[in-house]
Design a binder for this molecule. Sequence first.
Ligand code: GLA
Length: 380
Amino acid sequence: MIQKAFREIFGGEPEAVSRAPGRVNLIGEHTDYNDGFVLPAAIDRAIKFAGRRRSGRAVTLHSLDFRDSVEFSLDDIQPDPAHSWSNYFRGVSKYLEEDGDTLRGAEVVFGGDVPREAGLSSSAAVEIGAVAFWRKLLGLGLSARDGIQLARRAENQFVGVPSGIMDQFVSALGRREHALFLDCRDLSYRHVPLRNEIRIVVFNSGVKRALAKSEYEVRVRQCRQAVAQLARAGLAVQSLRDVDRAQLEARAGQLDALSLQRARHVVSENERVLEAVRALERGDVARLGALMNESHESLRDDYEVSSKELDILVELARRQPGVLGARMTGAGFGGCTVNLVRADATASLSQSVQREYKKAIGREPEAYVLQVSDGAWAGE
Ligand code: GLA
């Protein structure tokens, strides 16, 4: 319990607590920074904050997971490479101040059970949890949308990862037992009910996403390059969101081979998300699963962000009865797979995949059967 941890570390009671979940993405990978579509869900693993005000402008921040504390001044908020776990909170605090909210000195503790570097967005959960914490502690009138944008800015500008908006969005506005269908261009969204007959199972490959940051940046650049080449080929495009498969193939000769490959993934993935939403809404879970399978193939072959371990996990799962679809989830290069499974097949699936993966890779993957949970702004 986060209140108990606060009492042990700082003594006395916290004045405010917040909770922000991690996420799993059902489909729509590497589409958010291309103004496209995504279909993630908030998971039942979260980061929690507890804290209270104190006089002055110093913040003491304690991480339960790192068992470490730092102190910083609200008057000079800089990234701290020696305590990089604190940078998400620092970045959020800095931009709240910049946007005109006067913060106060505070004692804050945070921690949770979202695995780090597993593709389940522990960093977005820390950012959104930090925004929600300050908002509660000081009664800030910050909307979910403003909080989401601010959290993303902390990730992009303060931490320095050029990610899209999906993770922060679903951590704030996800809804229990629903997936969140988001248009990353205009930020319109709708909650799509998940069906009773299916479960979402996650396997953690146990491989940290080693290449993820540098290769992620490379993919962002390659997509921009593809857009520039399509514009030179006479298409009115601002981002890959503006292109459909037929338009892309008609201009295939005017793109270099790698740009074409990357664009093929993004363009086809956007179409898959739209179809996936329709399939889920009419209860066609088999079609949704098939689209998830296609998504994995596209990420593996065209976008080249999968890994040997992720491919093995996907193959092993697909052999099991009751599995409708399996794919890598998140940025890739390690982390987790997401599996769409018939409700009565989850136990046998986890056992078989854990056994077979251990034979192949030498270590047992963690398995979670997810409960889709509420985001930090739920119920408001
Ligand atoms: C990471 C980023 C997201 C998104 C995914 C890939 O999770 O933070 O914005 O780009 O990768 O879909």
